[in-house]
Design a protein around this ligand. Structure first.
Ligand SMILES: [Zn+2]
Length: 355
């Protein structure tokens, strides 16, 4: 068995939230570099002017021309880092991230709450006020506090069959929240539960956004490391322990991820059935329905059901607007008939509906 060593220089991709300011960003990159030292090079997406603050391996010493002493001082002030910074334009960050996830030997994901480490979280509970009329909207959608981009990235790790190389770092303060989410996801796997009481309907289970349902992936990652202080001794110890637990370099499982609108029906998660996605780029879908399906535009849905025009267009469960509504029919051909009905899945809360 071959342990990872710097000779074959494994690639360690570091994914993190993008709301940190430049000081935090630079501090986290430096701390992670220290933790993975000797294991490989660190690949990081740039979120600002990190490059000006970090000296990357291969960068020349600009003080060399002022003499050997200053050259040495510069080397001490700005030691060279085994770091690759990547600048991804807004329009193509998904493509670039997927490429790097597929290419990396290890992926380290920093899952931190959006409000920072001083965020306090209320318990996620369903609304307990009974309503006489049944309305999905009585149960509000909760969010974990994890950034949208990072949740997408976790999804991409799953789609690229890469969960076995993912190490997740979670601040101690956020860890109970994540466990709470995982518990809720287990309970609501079959759907939401409501009870009909004498005062009306009461929701029994809390509802999570479709995006947060990506957190279910955490059950299958290589390791989760809760930490007290980012870059502390125990933090470093746990990361190195996790890296050493890879007995050999994980095998690349190259899979061709499709992220835009394919020209033909393609096999997609969650069940690997053929799906004819015609309007929504696949990278924007959070909850793809099971079975052989064909996507319809809302215009096509209106051709099938002309009365729909006057309906308010929002998800009946979370009241998100029409851009979250994914319309589809079963089968692969977009037949504009009422046969077998038309279905909608909300890409925000995951609610299913049909006409
Ligand atoms: Zn919804």
């Amino acid at each position: 068995m071959k342990h990872m060593d710097s000779k074959n220089n494994p690639k360690i991709l570091f994914l993190r939230p993008f709301w940190d300011n430049i000081d935090v960003s630079v501090a986290h990159i430096k701390a992670t570099l220290k933790a993975v030292k000797g294991f490989g090079s660190l690949i990081v997406f740039q979120n600002g002017r990190e490059r000006e603050r970090l000296r990357i391996i291969g960068d020349i010493n600009p003080w060399r021309k002022y003499g050997a002493l200053l050259e040495k001082v510069y080397d001490i002030l700005y030691p060279q880092n085994n770091l690759i910074l990547i600048q991804a334009p807004k329009e193509s960050w998904q493509e670039e991230i997927i490429k790097q996830i597929q290419d990396a030997d290890i992926v380290i994901v920093h899952l931190a709450p959006k409000g920072g480490i001083n965020t306090e979280f209320d318990e996620i509970r369903p609304n307990q006020t009974p309503t006489p009329l049944f309305d999905y909207g009585i149960n509000p959608v909760h969010e974990s506090g994890t950034g949208y981009g990072l949740l997408r990235e976790l999804d991409y790790c799953k789609q690229a069959n890469s969960l076995n190389k993912v190490i997740v770092l979670i601040p101690n303060i956020f860890y109970p929240r994540i466990l709470e989410i995982l518990r809720i996801l287990k309970t609501t796997q079959a759907g939401q539960f409501y009870r009909n009481t004498k005062d009306g309907f009461v929701s029994l289970t809390p509802k999570l956004s479709a995006r947060d349902q990506s957190l279910g992936i955490l059950e299958n990652v290589n390791s989760i490391i809760p930490y007290q202080s980012f870059g502390g001794t125990i933090f470093n110890f746990h990361i190195r322990q996790a890296l050493l637990s890879f007995p050999q370099l994980p095998q690349h499982q190259q899979s061709n991820l499709i992220i835009n609108i394919p020209s033909n029906p393609v096999k997609l998660p969650p069940d690997d059935c053929l799906k004819n996605i015609r309007y929504t780029p696949i990278k924007r879908l959070t909850k793809i329905p099971n079975g052989e399906i064909v996507e319809l535009s809302f215009g096509e849905v209106k051709q099938i059901y002309p009365d729909l025009e006057n309906e308010p267009l929002e998800c009946p469960s979370c009241h998100s607007d029409s851009k979250f509504m994914f319309w589809y029919k079963y089968g692969l051909e977009p037949k504009l008939t009422t046969e077998h009905g038309v279905y909608m899945r909300c890409q925000y809360c995951g609610h299913d509906d049909y006409l």
